[in-house]
Design a protein around this ligand. Sequence first.
Ligand SMILES: *Cc1c(COP(=O)(O)O)cnc(C)c1O
Ligand code: SF4
Length: 355
Amino acid sequence: MDLAPDHHAGRATISITDLIRDGLALPQDAAALAPVVDSFRMRLSPDMRHAATTSAAVARQFVPSTEELTTRPGEMTDPIGDDIHAPLPGLTHRYPDRAILHITKTCEVYCRFCFRRETVGDTGHLPGDQLDAALDHIARTPALWEVILTGGDPLVLSPRRLGAVMSRLAAIPHVEVVRFHSRIPVVAPNRITDALLAALQTRLTPWIVIHTNHADELTAPAREAIGRIARAGIGLLSQSVLLRGVNDTPEALETLFRTLYRLRVKPYYLHHCDMARGAGHFRTSIADGQSLMAALRGRLSGPCLPTYVLDIPGGHGKVPIGPAYLARHAGREWEMTDWKGRTHPYRDPEPDPQD
Ligand SMILES: *Cc1c(COP(=O)(O)O)cnc(C)c1O
Ligand code: SF4
């Protein structure tokens, strides 16, 4: 199948001068930023250019900084080990029941902390022969129950191209769920059209996981786009990255998660910032992340709380990283911590001798 780039994928990216014209206060002078955008591509969608002029939390995510030129110890080009688990180009298959299909490397914005920042860019979509091979791998692997489309951003594809991929996936009998990880509903909400939503409707159950990190991104057009997705009967989750200087306060996270839940989006994951090269100025410590999660528990209704996770460097998968509410003393003795930080003993009952 032909997956040549859509016309917009080749669209010229904006320049530092455009940002200055927008009235953005750049953190550094424009000349100093040239080597940064040479190393890591820059793009802001019109919606995020606009939001960045009034929100420092939005600007920090998309406007380049010379801090990106600093590589800290432990930082990697493939922090989550996508390549280790890639049986074929465009496919990452780490867990038995689900695999990631990278149908494009293009996004509408390039986030300055992206863990795939070394691979995203306007290099177009997965070539037809590689897509054929990836779909063939999925078809030959009966354990694959869910296919995750991520990228790049899968929703940059035209409805026609997405619909074609969807119908080929729907033709594989053991696949039942398709999940899209996307920033489009937030950063380019006008791309969420009826035609796009119709293209996602097949035999497969569709879920969209929205990547959003601050309530200032959830502009009126973004909220309307999320409403259209919800009314189309598509399940909605969110994932956020914990980012220093963007959302690393209890207030910022509380507002984000409450806003999402009101929009019928269940906060799913809060990612600890990965070891991507040049993203150190965004990274918090795990202890800080745990304190933030502890501050939110009890203060926020249960469904508003995501799971705080780390993708273990080296391709070992994601795990919850706390905070922990129980500690084991010995044998059947536990100590539980409640949402106010008070501790309580708990004892597992002895097994029934009849068992
Ligand atoms: C994150 C990820 C998934 C999805 O994991 P969930 O915990 O189901 O959200 C699947 N495959 C790979 C390779 C991943 O990195
Ligand atoms: S939209 Fe996602 S894949 Fe694209 S740059 Fe941002 S974090 Fe990376």
